[in-house]
Design a protein around this ligand. Structure first.
Ligand code: FAD
Ligand code: MLT
Ligand code: ZN
Length: 475
């Protein structure tokens, strides 16, 4: 058996303290048991954990943090491990202590915190443990006649804690906002083991700094989220989906804007290209939705209390698209959605992708879509490019297959162009370890200095996810 100290040794006293905190069965040091916690979903990022600990309560999380703080051990929080920027797995190069020695990394798996309280039917809110999956939360809300405002393809594995930590977006942002907008309260453990708790479910609360909003999107670098209070949205059970064939991404954005104005029930406006659709069809065996191929596709969905099919079909017919199909039955809607949602797994099945999630001013999305293909071609002429995303939010996912995982030329070309286009290097996946070199180029020195000051105040020993967001030493 490979010794767990392949990364950096775990002091015996710490191992004993971790076992005392979570129980022997939930402190994993065997190499086979640790393996799935050490590599990310895309397989591009991996490292060695000295141990994986699986606390079952907020008190156990606090005990783990106190034990790690006492020994200067780095903690890598992990939920469903569906993150796409390498932030949920140990660093390939162990973080160093003040003397330059490698620090052990402990993965803190939050999957056992899966308590879901009953839905509050008057407030339209629910309190959920960090380890509850998005699908479990959504089903729970729907059984109570409500719905959850965030949805995305990783719903069966992504956890509420991970989604808060990344401020996840997904397919309904244009209607309901991203994860931060759903937060009504939070319980979280700070690096020293103290617990911040504010869960009364107050819709309005201007009492001091909005700490939950700060923790949202902090990618496990400021606090460990253990429970959150979430707002729910009305359950709009009648749905209709349309797929439009379009000339280019700019036309898709213009059509999406037109539909936002004409359809109050619009919940999603998604984009993909023909190479992506072919890849999905090869991977899943799906049938082509149109007789002929088209350059780009725009998928739109409406949801309402009463059937939105007629208004969707009328609005789509008014647009000069190349072709269009619509579906309102569950099977048909699912078939159209799969063409978009299966992109992530289809790309992953074809290789280890460079996944570049960028934000672009919506009006420049057409120009960016063309320019980024040229920029990639200039540094990696043989690369395969698949661009899809949430066009209604100006969020493109530029996926590139071909270059080695460690070759960053393509990443630099895409992220540089995003900034030059007035965009941002992350729209919804975060910075993680994948884009640390880009935080300051995007946000500027004053913003990053303020962020580092917050990090130092809350985590002075840099215990929480070192190497994520900030370059080494990250404090
Ligand atoms: P993890 O991957 O385990 O962790 C993500 C980050 O959060 C890491 O930095 C980790 O350290 C930190 N973290 C995890 N739990 C906690 C906690 N309790 N407290 C503090 N920090 C924590 N993302 C989108 O935004 N929109 C999409 O549409 C979308 N679609 C996806 C589709 C697929 C098929 C896949 C594989 C991924 C997709 N993602 C999407 C990315 C991913 O699902 C999200 O980033 C998600 O929010 C991660 O949740 P997780 O529980 O898997 O977190
Ligand atoms: C998506 O929108 O499909 C996700 O963010 C995942 C991805 O970028 O592949
Ligand atoms: Zn996305």
């Amino acid at each position: 058996m490979r010794h767990p100290a392949d990364g950096a040794a775990l002091p015996a006293s710490l191992l004993a303290a971790l076992r005392a905190a979570v129980g022997d069965a939930h402190c994993l040091i065997d190499v086979d048991l640790r393996a799935t916690y050490e590599t990310d979903w895309s397989r591009r990022f991996h490292g060695v954990a000295a141990a994986v600990v699986r606390p079952g309560s907020v008190d156990e999380v606090a005990a783990v943090l106190r034990a790690c703080a006492a020994t200067g051990t780095a903690l890598v929080p992990q939920g469903g491990n569906t993150g796409l920027v390498g932030g949920s797995v140990p660093r390939a190069m162990a973080p160093l202590d003040a003397h330059g020695a490698p620090r052990p990394q402990v993965v803190l798996s939050m999957l056992r915190l899966r308590e879901l309280e009953p839905v509050d039917p008057i407030a339209g809110e629910v309190t959920a443990g960090a380890g509850v999956t998005l699908a479990a939360l959504r089903d729970h809300a729907r059984r109570a006649g409500w719905d959850f405002g965030v949805d995305m393809g990783s719903r069966d594995s992504a956890t509420i804690g991970g989604m808060v930590a990344t401020n996840a977006g997904g397919v309904n942002v244009l209607r309901h906002g991203s994860m931060r907008q759903q937060l009504v309260g939070m319980e979280a453990v700070l690096a020293d083991g103290s617990v911040m708790r504010r869960l009364p479910g107050l819709v309005k609360d201007n009492t001091g700094y909005p700490l939950p909003a700060l923790v949202a999107g902090s990618e496990g670098t400021l606090a460990i989220v253990t429970r959150v209070r979430l707002r729910l949205v009305p359950l709009l059970a009648k749905r209709a989906v349309a797929l439009l064939a379009v000339d280019d991404a700019g036309q898709a954005a213009a059509f999406a804007a037109q539909l936002r104005r004409s359809l109050s029930s619009l919940t999603a406006a998604e984009l993909f290209d023909d190479d992506g659709m072919r890849l999905v069809m090869e991977h899943t065996g799906a049938e082509a939705p149109f007789r002929d191929p088209h350059p780009r596709y725009l998928l739109v969905e409406c949801a309402a209390v009463s059937d939105p099919t007629d208004e969707l079909v009328t609005a789509v017919a008014a647009l000069p698209s190349r072709d269009a199909v619509a579906a309102s039955d569950e099977g048909g809607r699912h078939r159209l959605w799969s063409l978009r949602e299966a992109h992530t797994e289809s790309v992953n099945a074809a290789g280890v992708p460079h996944k570049l999630d960028v934000s672009v001013p919506i009006g420049r999305i057409g120009a960016f879509d063309l320019a980024v293909r040229e920029a990639i071609g200039a540094v990696a002429p043989d690369a395969r490019i698949f661009i899809y995303g949430h066009v209604g939010d100006g969020n493109l996912h530029v996926n590139v297959l071909g270059p080695d995982p460690d070759d960053e030329a393509v990443d630099d070309a895409v992220l540089g162009l995003a900034i030059a286009s007035g965009g941002a290097v992350s729209a919804e996946h975060g910075i993680g370890v994948a884009k640390v070199g880009w935080l300051e180029r995007d946000r500027g020195p004053a913003d990053v200095a303020a962020m580092r000051a917050i990090k130092r105040a809350l985590d002075p020993e840099n215990l929480l996810n070192p190497g994520v967001l900030f370059s080494v030493p990250g404090r």
